[in-house]
Write a protein that binds this ligand. Structure first.
Ligand SMILES: *Cc1c(COP(=O)(O)O)cnc(C)c1O
Length: 496
């Protein structure tokens, strides 16, 4: 007791307010300081709690959230994220969560990646933004060069924008205008796939084919040709792969052979339709589409907004089948999940069709205020550097196998219809009845229930109807991957 009191007295020596020379008085003073600090701490905690409560109220009062039924959202406590580190997110209470949705499919190297943090700090010491309308800048130049080097051979020019939807708008306007410049003016109806998702702007919604998201807007949309997409678990032709010999491509060929004069481009999400429920394609489908486009003189637009930058195990999904599209849109992972930045890559041939005297009006009249933002380009450049320095793609292979292995035990589950995977994207399609493949009613919100169970266990996922995707950042370690799959399994068990 005496000893600790003495220590306390010594401590107070540091305190400038304690001037009294008497040891007893100093000791008493010290006790009061301790008590005072304790009170202060308690007050601070109370104040912090009150602040968070206010924040939660304001969260409900002011924000309208994307893809969210707000009447339901308002009933649940809002999850307010304050910081992140690696594959973890932390809320305002300090609670930790696994980010198994990669902050909606964008994060690659984890949160607070030191190299990207540094690049952004360095860039902000120079400038945050300057326009690409007429001017240019070092990060954009270096990034464009790098993208062309990495992209499937043949893609030669980069048009920047700021999100996936705009990258797709750019692609479809360029494709249309390209044919116009070549004197083919009747090419106005794109061919896209059922269940496709290409973004939420009106042009990209016109290409989309998810009834729930897009159906209501149909009076606003321009007409397109829509063809059934490969979904082997629920084949729209009621066939089985591989005996079907890709009969679904015959549907594409049928439309192309009859209408190629009207079709500027075929638009696809290569290898996997993300928002459709992580529906993976059978081998050969993408290759066949490429060949058909070439045969019927129609452009191929690859929407790699989701699949780009290692998500499927290769840098771009088109590489799985050695395909070069004529136009390619990238966004989500471009900056490693740091900044809103997007790009549309095109071939030299397409670019050249826009060259001419100003009075010919072949200019591509399109551009956004934040096109090619300097901070975004700096983050993207560094993210691509991380791929090289840390050999991200080769180190991914063992994680991909581990993910496959860890999900195997779910196969026998009575409510697991199919487990799909490509690269580090996995998804479990839940069904009411495994034998008949009868789906749960969407109103039952089974996917959402799984997500809520996962949240209780410290993991964030976002369902797509009855499909529960697992989409960790590429930097995830195998033990973290095991933790994620084990939470997923428990959550499915609890929710079905
Ligand atoms: C997310 C996504 C888009 C839209 O990108 P945003 O940045 O959300 O506008 C387009 N296509 C695909 C395949 C996507 O997954």
């Amino acid at each position: 007791m005496a000893k600790s009191a003495y220590k306390q007295i010594k401590l107070t020596k540091l305190h400038p307010n304690c001037q009294d020379e008497s040891p007893l008085n100093r000791w008493l003073y010290c006790l009061s300081v301790v008590q005072y600090n304790d009170d202060l701490m308690k007050k601070k905690l109370t104040r912090d709690k009150a602040r968070i409560k206010n924040l939660e109220e304001d969260a409900r009062r002011y924000i309208w959230h994307p893809f969210t039924q707000m009447a339901e959202w308002e009933k649940e406590p809002p999850l307010i994220i304050e910081r992140g580190k690696g594959v973890y997110l932390f809320d305002v209470y300090g609670k930790r969560y696994l980010d198994a949705v990669s902050s909606i499919w964008v994060n690659l190297h984890g949160h607070r990646k030191a190299a990207i943090d540094r690049a952004l700090k360095n860039q902000i010491d120079k400038i945050a933004h300057s326009t690409l309308l007429g001017l240019t800048h070092r990060p954009a130049i270096r990034l464009a060069k790098k993208l062309v080097a990495l992209a499937p051979p043949g893609l030669a020019k980069v048009f920047f924008s700021d999100n996936g939807s705009t990258a797709m708008e750019v692609a479809l306007k360029i494709a249309f205008q390209y044919w116009d410049h070549r004197g083919k003016t009747g090419k106005t109806k794109f061919l896209s796939l059922i269940n496709a998702y290409h973004g939420d702007t009106v042009g990209s919604v016109s290409l989309g084919g998810i009834e729930l998201f897009h159906g209501l807007y149909s009076p606003l949309l321009f007409p397109t040709y829509k063809v059934g997409a490969p979904y082997c678990y629920r084949c729209f032709l009621n066939k089985t792969h591989p005996e079907c010999r890709l009969a679904c491509t015959d549907e594409v060929e049928k439309v192309l052979s009859q209408h190629h004069d009207e079709i500027p481009a075929v638009v696809v999400e290569p290898m996997i339709q993300g928002a459709a429920g992580m529906v993976t394609w059978p081998p050969g489908y993408l290759r066949k589409i490429r060949d058909l486009c070439t045969r019927y003189d129609v452009l191929l637009i690859a929407d790699e907004v989701f699949t780009g930058f290692g998500r499927t195990g290769t840098m771009f999904a088109c590489e799985h089948e050695g395909v070069t599209p004529d136009l390619m849109a990238v966004a989500k992972g471009l900056t490693g999940g740091y900044m809103p930045l997007a790009a549309t890559l095109v071939t030299q041939e397409i670019y050249d069709a826009f060259l001419g005297e100003y009075r010919e009006f072949k200019t591509f009249f399109h551009g956004h205020s934040y096109t090619g933002n300097q901070l975004g380009c700096a983050a993207a450049l560094t993210s691509l550097g991380v791929f090289e320095k840390e050999r991200v793609l080769s180190r991914l292979q063992s994680k991909i196998s581990a993910l496959t292995e860890e999900l195997k035990p779910l196969r026998g589950h009575p409510h697991v219809g199919e487990i799909r995977q490509i690269g580090l994207v996995a998804a479990v399609e839940l069904v009411k009845n495994r034998t008949t493949k009868e789906p749960y009613l969407l109103e039952e919100r089974r996917g959402h229930r799984v997500a809520r169970e996962a949240l209780k266990r410290g993991m964030i996922i976002r369902p797509l109807g009855n499909v529960v995707p697992l989409l960790p950042p590429l930097s995830v370690t195998i033990p973290q991957l095991r933790k994620m799959t084990s939470i997923l399994k428990e959550s499915i068990q609890a929710a079905t």
